[in-house]
Design a protein around this ligand. Structure first.
Ligand code: SF4
Length: 95
């Protein structure tokens, strides 16, 4: 007489595809966050109006001495072309 033994998977059996499934699932979750979360997208720049940009310096402060200025005529936080002699309220003194 034989005793029937149920076919239960052994908990120590290694599933070779588990790491791949985990990796693919994680990648898909990260992609979903990037595609749906506005903060995960590239930061948008301020408009010149929002930044109160002007084409002339304010006192001695101007884009040319601002740490956010990017040669030859752009800015990391304000959209569009800016003048090296311009200024806005986001001015940040270069070190
Ligand atoms: S943050 Fe303002 S002051 Fe500085 S570079 Fe940009 S536009 Fe010019």
């Amino acid at each position: 007489m034989t005793i029937p033994f149920p076919d239960i998977p052994c908990p120590t059996t290694h599933d070779a595809n588990a790491p791949r499934r985990l990796l693919i699932g994680g990648a898909l979750a990260a992609l979903a966050v990037v595609l749906t979360c506005p903060r995960a997208r590239a930061q948008q720049k301020m408009s010149k109006q929002e930044a109160e940009y002007q084409d002339s310096p304010k006192d001695i402060r101007m884009c040319a001495t601002c740490s956010l200025f990017v040669l030859p005529k752009s800015c990391k936080v304000v959209e569009g072309d800016v003048s090296p002699s311009g200024w806005c309220k986001a001015y940040a003194m270069a070190d």
